[in-house]
Write a protein that binds this ligand. Structure first.
Ligand code: 3PG
Ligand code: MG
Length: 399
């Protein structure tokens, strides 16, 4: 945490400050539908402006694959930015091949204006981490800040190469994220319980392997749990399952006992016969699963076991829902456990850190986002961090 510069380490007065932010926000009918990522930038924006600097925001938006695509223009977020920061905002159109017009536009601006540059991914050099593009970006400013933890797993020109071209440091949101993550897994209060859910083991193998070596309890839920149950010989009927990963699941199980990590699997399941909201359902114990049914959520006995594990924990980290939370009522286990973690956090009994798109949506459904110690807005970056991988966007700030 101390190995890179923070806002206080710079003099922003009269300086143009390139800030890598993550404006990859959900948009429907031309409007931003969730501005959490934007709102979290407010402390960095107000600090720069108060100190007399001019923020110039750089971000990707969607995946235009190196082509100018007006359907993915960042101009769409300008009203939301104006609303969040209460400052004049100017959009700067560019295809990133020649930034001279952009430079002129920024030079003309009034003090206190926030500039939003066009989508960095309109140029192929962005995803190639191209040095020439990074140089053109650097020519627009004097200082570089990265305030986009959620893009830090990408080694792109605006997240990696650019950090090496200018004096660089972390914005407030990045700093807050990294210190929360440090409290969650870097240097946590023990015992630590990790809750990992979601559909597939195959996308979370590295995650499970890393967590085993770091946590005392590992709750496995959601569709992923079925693969583990199948590997243990449980007949899970027509439940989602990666049968070809049974051997891998057994290996993870064996490794967990070597590492003194307790794996906590469901002991019952809420079974339905159709994958749809409000489908008729019934809870079964593992010994008597219905062969035609699918497990869509963890049952009450499983929820009690998970709560028991949480009672022991001083730190809880969470990625992935425990059931098909997007279909009512199969979000029940996720919501119950989320509220329990939130309650214990409020009582000061544990530190709770959660992240990932589905996880945040599930916590929002449970109404507890504010009650967790920290909820990351990052998807892939949160996962890679939990996997123990270095994040190029963070590493570049240290250089
Ligand atoms: C995200 O939304 O998770 C980040 O902005 C990264 O987007 P990407 O997966 O398209 O790189
Ligand atoms: Mg993503």
């Amino acid at each position: 945490m101390t190995d890179f510069k923070k806002l206080e380490d710079f003099d922003f007065n009269g300086k143009k400050v390139l800030v890598r932010v993550d404006l990859n926000v959900p948009v429907a009918n031309g409007e931003v539908t969730d501005s959490t990522r934007i709102e979290r930038l407010a402390p960095t924006m107000s600090y720069i402006i108060e100190q007399g600097g001019t923020p110039i925001l750089l971000s990707h938006f969607g995946r235009p694959k190196g082509q100018v695509n007006k359907g993915m223009s960042l101009s769409v977020v300008v009203p939301a930015i104006q609303k969040a920061f209460g400052q004049p905002v100017e959009f700067v159109d560019t295809d990133w091949t020649d930034v001279s017009a952009a430079k002129e536009q920024i030079a003309k601006g009034a003090a206190g204006t926030i500039y939003v540059m066009e989508n960095t991914r309109f140029h192929p050099g962005e995803e190639e981490n191209d040095l020439e593009l990074a140089k053109r970006m650097a020519s627009l400013g004097d200082i570089y800040l990265n305030d986009a933890f959620s893009s830090a797993h990408r080694a792109h020109a605006s997240t990696e190469a650019l950090a090496r071209k200018l004096p660089s440091g972390a914005g407030r949101a990045m700093e807050a994220e990294l210190s929360a993550l440090q409290a969650g897994l870097g240097n946590p209060k023990k015992p630590v319980v990790a809750i990992v859910g979601g559909a597939k083991v195959s996308t979370k193998l590295d995650l499970l392997e890393n967590l085993l070596t770091k946590v005392e309890g590992l709750v496995i839920g959601g569709g992923m749990a079925n693969t583990f149950l199948h590997a243990e010989g449980v007949d899970i009927g027509k439940s989602l399952c990666e049968k070809d990963l049974a051997e891998t699941a057994r290996r993870i199980y064996d490794k967990s006992s070597d590492e003194n990590c307790a794996i906590i699997l469901p002991v019952d399941g809420v079974v339905a016969w159709h994958f749809e909201a409000n489908a008729p359902h019934r809870t079964y114990g593992l010994e008597a699963m219905d062969k035609e049914g699918m497990i869509l959520d963890a049952g009450e006995k499983s929820i009690e076991r998970i709560k028991g594990a949480i009672d022991e924990a001083k730190t809880v980290i969470w990625n992935g829902p425990l059931g098909a939370f997007e279909l009512d009522p199969f979000g029940h286990a996720t919501i119950e456990v989320a509220r329990y973690v939130a309650e214990r956090t409020k009582q000061g009994k544990l530190v709770s850190v959660a992240g990932g798109g589905d996880t945040v949506a599930a916590l929002a459904k449970a109404g507890v986002v504010q009650d967790f110690t920290y909820v990351s807005t990052a998807g892939g970056a949160f996962l890679e961090w939990m996997e123990g991988k270095p994040l190029p966007g963070v590493e570049a700030l240290k250089a």
